[in-house]
Design a protein around this ligand. Structure first.
Ligand code: C2E
Ligand code: CA
Ligand code: CA
Ligand code: CA
Length: 279
């Protein structure tokens, strides 16, 4: 259905109205979820090729009272658009740092690193760096065990602001990983200006290793760049032994993916720790 009024063309699309209602509902549900403690962090393990557990990525999960476990792809965008990602992101950071502090108290888990995803809206808050520093102080988590995952588009959106915040946090010991690396537009020149610790090869390239020659080349190039810049390199979305072997033969440092372990509740991750007697 279409109506014309003056120069304005208006489309009345019932599907669009349904979508708008759905979003509004999701938004108010998310607000309630944060207040009522329906969020949880799952942890996906990260390993060396030799099989040593070095850390995990914290991934947000929502236990919806009616819908069950909801994946972030269904709500992160809405949380970002509505601004709710700011308090939600702070909750993630606080929960992750509390977890780090707990792990520090046990010799089997004392060295585990935790990677935390940061959204653009959250990172652009003027007091983002101060907030992170505050959470570290409040929880007692050791800063060098916290790794913040930023995307290229987030960093390049405001390079000056990004560099300033990254440097401030870096001086406090916090590490940075460039998430989904290879999907954005960062040049080697920019990369050298950023106080990064790690490049994370995007799973879209890992998926096609051995199947698409261009992706083989991209992955080799990323690993080479990491070497050149003296950065750690991790592959995400590793699902097969073939993918692992390709990555290993080119010198990839760390591995994350279903082949090694799915995102799991904290008890699952702790079950991967070696028994105290063997450590
Ligand atoms: P991401 O940061 O790229 O996280 C990796 C995603 O790949 C996760 O999806 C993970 O479960 C999934 N994955 C891990 N291994 C494999 C594998 O071997 N194969 C396949 N096919 N997938 C694998 P998840 O947990 O659904 O998260 C999706 C996205 O939501 C994340 O992508 C991240 O961008 C966002 N997200 C998750 N938690 C948070 C959070 O706490 N804050 C923010 N801002 N974003 C988050
Ligand atoms: Ca990530
Ligand atoms: Ca990623
Ligand atoms: Ca991704």
């Amino acid at each position: 259905v279409k109506a014309q009024r003056g120069n304005a063309l208006c489309f009345f699309d019932p599907q669009m109205q349904i979508e708008i209602n759905h979003r509004a509902r999701l938004e108010s549900d998310l607000q309630a979820a944060l207040a009522e403690g329906q969020f949880e962090l799952h942890y996906q393990p990260q390993f060396t090729l030799g099989g040593a557990l070095v850390g995990a990525e914290a991934l947000l999960r929502w236990h919806h009272p009616q819908r069950g476990l909801v994946a972030p792809s269904e709500f992160i965008t809405v949380a970002e658009d509505s601004g709710l990602i700011v308090p939600l992101g702070l909750w993630v950071l606080r929960t992750a740092c509390q977890q780090l502090a707990t792990w520090q108290g046990d010799p089997r888990s004392a060295g585990l690193q935790l990677s935390v995803n940061v959204s653009a809206r959250q990172f652009r808050q003027p007091d983002f760096a101060e907030r992170v520093i505050g959470v570290l102080q409040q929880t007692g988590a050791r800063s060098h065990l916290l790794k913040l995952e930023l995307t290229e588009s987030l960093v390049l959106d405001d390079v000056q602001d990004s560099i300033a915040k990254m440097h401030l946090l870096r001086t406090k010991g916090v590490r940075f990983s460039m998430d989904d690396f290879g999907t954005g537009h960062s040049s080697l020149a920019y990369l050298t200006r950023l106080p990064l610790h790690q490049l994370k090869i995007d799973q879209s390239f890992v998926r096609n290793l051995g199947l698409r020659h261009t992706d083989d080349v991209i992955v080799q190039t990323i690993i080479g760049m990491a070497r050149t810049l003296d950065l750690e390199v991790i592959a995400e979305g590793v699902e097969t032994a073939e993918q692992r072997d390709f990555l290993a033969s080119h010198g990839c440092d760390l591995y994350q993916g279903y082949l090694f372990g799915r995102p799991m509740p904290v008890a699952g991750l702790e079950a991967l720790l070696s028994p105290l007697s063997q450590s």
